[in-house]
Ligand binder design. Sequence first.
Ligand SMILES: Nc1ncnc2c1ncn2[C@@H]1O[C@H](COP(=O)(O)OP(=O)(O)OP(=O)(O)O)[C@@H](O)[C@H]1O
Ligand SMILES: [Mg+2]
Length: 219
Amino acid sequence: MGIFITFEGIDGCGKSTQVKLLDHALKEKKIETCVTMEPGGTEAGKIIRNILLGSEFSVDRYAQLFLFVADRAQHLEEVIRPALMSGKWVLCDRFVESTVAYQGYGLGLNKNFINLLHKEILGDTWPDLTFVLDCPVSVARLRLKTRRGETAELTSGKGDDPYETASLEFQERLRQGYLDLARKYPKRIALIDGSEDPKQVHLSIIKIIEKKKLWPSET
Ligand SMILES: Nc1ncnc2c1ncn2[C@@H]1O[C@H](COP(=O)(O)OP(=O)(O)OP(=O)(O)O)[C@@H](O)[C@H]1O
Ligand SMILES: [Mg+2]
């Protein structure tokens, strides 16, 4: 069986950046990886992603919950479990904690109910390790602004991600939600200071992977 690692945190905290850096580090160690993301890690998931994050629909919060969970169920069956079975390390950009943070802490849906749904669809496939990258909302916002500037041509004309453009107060609730989850599940969730520079954040991630003895340490 491979190792299942998920990356969590508010928009712009640096998840995708760290997924790339860890993927690179694993490849250097000749470890096979499967890099994936939610929502939209499968063909059906891409359609679900467009419904959730496109600008065409305003989706009710319960409908959001079920669509995110539907995307996850499909992703688990089609991508995550087969990759783990073949011995790959799965690096997933957002997973269960995103739903608990956004639809639970953010939109006020019942967190016990959200957990129950996940117990049912995940079964034994819980992540071995989850990184919550924490940084102040203002820092993450600034990064997103810079990122938008960098890719202005690519994104022009497209609607913004509705969660990204939500109020500062909403983003702060998400941040506190993630911190709460990291406190609740300290065995699985590692809280990382995401406000440092990307290389430093990467080193913190590697340190935890080594401490958990998930990969053979250098001798
Ligand atoms: N530690 C860091 N310090 C400074 N800038 C960073 C850091 N990590 C990432 N960035 C930059 O900040 C922007 C957002 O990073 P990234 O896309 O990795 O965040 P994300 O968490 O994946 O965001 P989203 O939730 O929107 O997908 C990018 O332009 C990236 O280059
Ligand atoms: Mg990202």
